[in-house]
Design a protein around this ligand. Structure first.
Ligand code: SF4
Ligand code: SF4
Length: 80
């Protein structure tokens, strides 16, 4: 699973440099997370860094997210 950025994003830029996977980039109206790169920070930190720094709390796990056992395997694929 990957986190998502909601429309409340105020384009403050803070989250982009926090991502260890380079998964965050600026869109037209909000920053975006590339779901193929986001590991929820597994392998680097014990909590999602982008969500931790967002001043308006607009980064979260999708409401329909299911627990995913393979997130660490995703991290290993990305770094291999
Ligand atoms: S949860 Fe971690 S890996 Fe995913 S976008 Fe945020 S900072 Fe990047
Ligand atoms: S930290 Fe939050 S408000 Fe700032 S750019 Fe990232 S998602 Fe948008």
């Amino acid at each position: 699973m990957a986190l998502v950025i909601k429309e409340e994003c105020v384009l403050c830029t803070v989250c982009e440099s926090e991502c260890p996977n380079g998964a965050i980039s600026r869109g037209d109206d909000a920053y975006m997370i590339d779901s193929t790169l986001c590991t929820e920070c597994a392998g680097f930190y014990d909590q999602p860094q982008c969500a931790a720094v967002c001043p308006v709390d607009c980064i979260s796990t999708p409401a329909d997210a299911k627990p995913q056992d393979g997130i660490y395997q995703k991290f290993l694929r990305l770094v291999s």
